[in-house]
Design a binder for this molecule. Structure first.
Ligand SMILES: [Zn+2]
Length: 280
């Protein structure tokens, strides 16, 4: 495999970390935007007075310190550089700026490099990169808020079918079956668990996320996706219960594990399957 030149790889990494920076905005603001929207809808449905709130979306207001709410200068907002330059502290109040920001920016850069190494630079690679970034946003949002917003899971599903249509049309029927199977599989587990125990083991967002991964990878990857996500979920869940007693009894979001399984299968799924087949 011929690698792109170094200067190209540096550009790819900078491009990826800039998109990671935008992803931080999505991860931080999207749950707040959705909560505001649901609150507004609930008040309208209940015919309660609707309060006017300051404009808040992905673009407005500009980046603020979460503690003192002072604006963050553009040079302190540069991906990775800004956080390290201020040693992870706000320039005004010296409050701690979460490590999440540089980690997501770094992940954006590393994912861009990984896809360039594995698949080269092409329109198909851009599609796979967009899917990996969406999975990253979903993983962190679900971890922090137990939400897997439809506004991310559903476009991810349709983009998966579009990817198959454009780049590997021979996979289209497998992708459609993968999307249906992914949804119905977890939907069945959800209802079986609910009927047996009276409890809800997962959310509808999990069904939609597995459906989206089924669209991107085809039905044959559903067992591997479930094996990786359930295996990781079980290991992390047991470790969290043992090492962090305060988390005992707290529900564990499934979205981050589905997302990790999605990255693994999108990036090296075919190699994993070929390796497994070489063993049997
Ligand atoms: Zn501050």
């Amino acid at each position: 495999m011929k690698l792109p030149p170094w200067d190209m790889l540096i550009i790819v990494f900078i491009f990826g970390s800039c998109l990671g920076s935008f992803l931080n905005v999505v991860i931080t603001r999207l749950p707040v935007i959705l909560m505001n929207q649901w609150r507004l809808e609930a008040r309208t449905a209940l015919e309660l007075p609707v309060e006017s709130t300051p404009r808040f979306n992905l673009a407005v207001p500009s980046s603020l310190c979460p503690r003192c709410e002072s604006s963050i200068a553009w040079h302190d907002n540069l991906p990775l550089i800004g956080w390290f330059k201020r040693c992870g502290r706000c320039a005004v109040c010296k409050g701690i700026i979460s490590l999440q920001y540089p980690l997501i920016e770094l992940s954006g850069g590393i994912l861009a490099l990984a896809i360039t190494f594995l698949h080269g630079i092409s329109p198909a690679s851009l599609f796979i990169y967009a899917a990996c970034l969406t999975l990253l946003a979903l993983a962190v949002i679900d971890f922090r808020t137990y939400l897997l917003p439809d506004i991310l899971t559903l476009p991810l599903l349709w983009a998966g079918l579009l990817y198959q249509l454009l780049f590997q049309p021979y996979m289209l029927s497998s992708a459609v079956i993968g999307a249906m199977g992914g949804y119905l599989l977890l939907w069945s587990v959800f209802w079986l668990f609910k009927l047996l125990t009276g409890k809800e083991g997962m959310g509808y967002g999990d069904f939609k996320l597995l459906a989206a991964l089924g669209a991107w990878l085809g039905w044959s990857f559903l067992p591997l996706l479930l094996l990786i996500s359930a295996g990781l979920g079980a290991i992390i869940g047991i470790l969290a219960q043992v090492l962090l007693p305060r988390l005992r009894g707290a529900p564990l979001p499934f979205g981050p594990f589905l997302s990790i399984a999605g990255w693994v299968c999108l990036l090296i799924g075919n190699e994993l399957v070929a390796f497994y087949l070489s063993l049997v």
